[in-house]
Design a protein around this ligand. Structure first.
Ligand code: FAD
Length: 495
């Protein structure tokens, strides 16, 4: 558990040049590549386990989530959702009929990204005792990482126990004629733009596309959504996408499903997208929210026998298959591309690295501290649209595909007294998927205003394998949205 400094001559290969540089090799117990929310948490946990830890970050400490994803997108959406909630309430609706103050919303979003500066997070990391290296981290063989700093200096780090890769993802762009010249928006521009485009074309129908269409339409853009599939949010129960699509259309979004983009161009400043239906859609900007690719093409995977550009396969302790020292944590392992799930994996990986480093055993049982078993059956997700869509575990179709004998039970939120208090326009639906073998829940989905705050109750039930019979004794407060649980249990009992 000490930090050794030795001077050695090391051969380095950067992506620009091959050169022989004399440099320091610095030894740590653990080296983490990528300082997003996940890498930060790995470092925090390995420090808590008493291990010396270096963390390498090439951009901003805090990662995509803090500056171009979770935080700025939710900062944009919060006023949008609050305004929609207020407009459903007689007595309040009249007071909030005007448009949002877009410059103020954007300014508040800027505040949440700390103006794209990471000083606060650097202070936090220093407090953990981990050492920050600024630059591009690359594997250079087993347990060895080179860091190419902003000035080109190469530093070599060696890891006594583990290297953890937490380099995340970036937006995937389709291979379309004319795309580069158009300068399309990705999630980065969609979350950091400083002005509201008059017309915005959104390509995609997943979480980023629906959230950003919700935000920018409410901020004043005229949004056209081009969705290749039949509907939105196709990883959730079908009614989630249907209710969100209905609301987006009511809000003024021109939603076109079953449509793909064939080509794009920019003519006198205007973006023109030609669709498979032969339509020419014009916009001031075009956002491609068409998936993510792993940040693994330039991290030296080939030096340890792995495929550059690939997602990294891991076991439940986040150790990369076929190695005893390399971990891949967060988005980069493709188990669940969500911050909370990545941070959970980080806690598990940090504990497992700590246990292995000190000669302890790593317990793999489902309730243990060293196995991220929730990734397999109890991942929660909230889509911050209006209405919100929140789900945990498996959808009905997924449960059936997995071979479970299940029954789905649906109720409308109109049967819940607490929902009525939200106003006349409250529309929403809930589904629980019950495993008929042992009467536990395989999955739960809620759609409706404010259901994001309800999903954790379902996560406890799904992750904890709480039997339906026991749920009758989990009494929800009156009159809250949580009483939807009673309606679900009654519907299960009565049908
Ligand atoms: C628009 C949008 C909204 C989202 N909203 C939510 C949400 O509300 N809730 C939620 O749970 N999830 C959300 N997500 C997903 C969430 O952003 C990711 O799951 C999360 O950021 C993953 O964290 P990570 O640490 O694995 O990767 P990242 O956050 O991508 O961080 C990776 C870090 O590694 C660094 N890095 C990469 N390569 C190198 C290298 N070679 N050397 C050094 N450093 C390197 C990067 O600079 C970056 O800082 C959203 C995603 C998007 C795109």
């Amino acid at each position: 558990m000490f930090r050794a400094r030795t001077r050695v001559a090391t051969a380095h290969t950067t992506h620009q040049t091959d050169c022989m540089t004399e440099t320091e090799s610095i030894a740590y117990d653990v080296v983490v590549i990528g300082g997003g929310p996940v890498g930060e948490n790995v470092a925090d946990r390995t420090r808590a386990a008493g291990l010396t830890t270096a963390l390498v970050e090439s951009e901003l400490l805090g990662g995509e989530c803090s500056y171009w994803a979770c935080m700025p997108s939710k900062a944009l959406l919060r006023p949008v959702i609050a305004q929609a909630d207020a407009r459903r309430l007689p007595g309040l609706a009249q007071a909030v009929q005007g448009p949002l103050d877009a410059p103020a919303v954007l300014a508040r979003r800027n505040y949440f990204t700390a103006g794209w500066k990471d000083d606060g997070q650097v202070g936090w990391l220093e407090g953990t005792g981990a050492v920050l290296y600024r630059g591009q981290g690359r594997l250079a063989g087993p347990r060895t990482v080179t860091v190419t700093g902003p000035d080109g200096t190469v530093t070599t780090l060696t890891a006594r126990h583990a290297v953890a890769v937490s380099t995340g993802t970036r937006a995937q762009l389709p291979d379309l004629p004319g795309l580069a010249e158009v300068k399309p928006w990705t999630s980065r521009e969609a979350t950091s733009a400083q002005a509201v485009p008059g017309r915005l074309i959104v390509v995609g129908g997943g979480v980023v596309a629906t959230e950003m269409a919700t935000a920018w339409q409410a901020l004043g853009s005229r949004v056209t959504m081009l969705v290749r599939g039949k509907g939105l949010l196709n990883r959730m129960e079908p009614f989630a996408g249907e209710l969100v699509a209905e609301a987006l259309t009511e809000a003024g979004v021109d939603l076109r499903t079953g449509t793909s983009v064939e080509s794009v161009s920019r003519e006198n400043g205007t973006v023109v997208a030609v669709t498979s239906a032969g339509d020419r859609i014009e916009g001031d900007e075009i956002l491609f929210a068409t998936g993510r690719v792993p940040h693994t093409d330039d991290i030296g995977l080939d030096t340890v026998g792995l495929e550059p550009g690939s997602w990294l396969d891991v076991d439940d302790s986040m150790r990369v298959t076929g190695t005893d020292w390399l971990y891949a944590v967060g988005d980069v392992n493709h188990r669940a591309l969500l911050t909370h799930q990545g941070k959970y994996q980080a806690r598990i990986a940090g504990a497992a690295i700590g246990a292995r480093a000190t000669g302890g055993t790593v317990a793999e049982e489902p309730w243990g501290a060293h196995a991220a078993t929730a990734d397999h059956h109890a991942v929660p997700q909230v889509v911050f649209t209006d209405p919100e869509a929140a789900a945990v575990g498996l959808s009905l179709a997924e449960a059936e595909q997995a071979g479970h004998r299940v029954r789905a039970v649906d109720v409308e939120f109109s049967s819940v007294a607490g929902a009525g208090l939200y106003g006349d326009g409250y529309k929403g639906r809930a589904r629980m998927v019950v495993d008929l073998e042992d009467e536990i829940l395989r999955g739960v989905t809620f759609v409706g205003p404010d259901v994001g705050e309800l999903i954790h109750s379902a996560t406890v039930a799904v992750a904890g394998h709480v039997p339906v019979g026991r749920l009758w004794h989990v009494v929800p407060s009156y009159p809250t949205l949580s009483e939807v649980w009673l309606r679900l249990l009654e519907a299960y009992r009565d049908n």
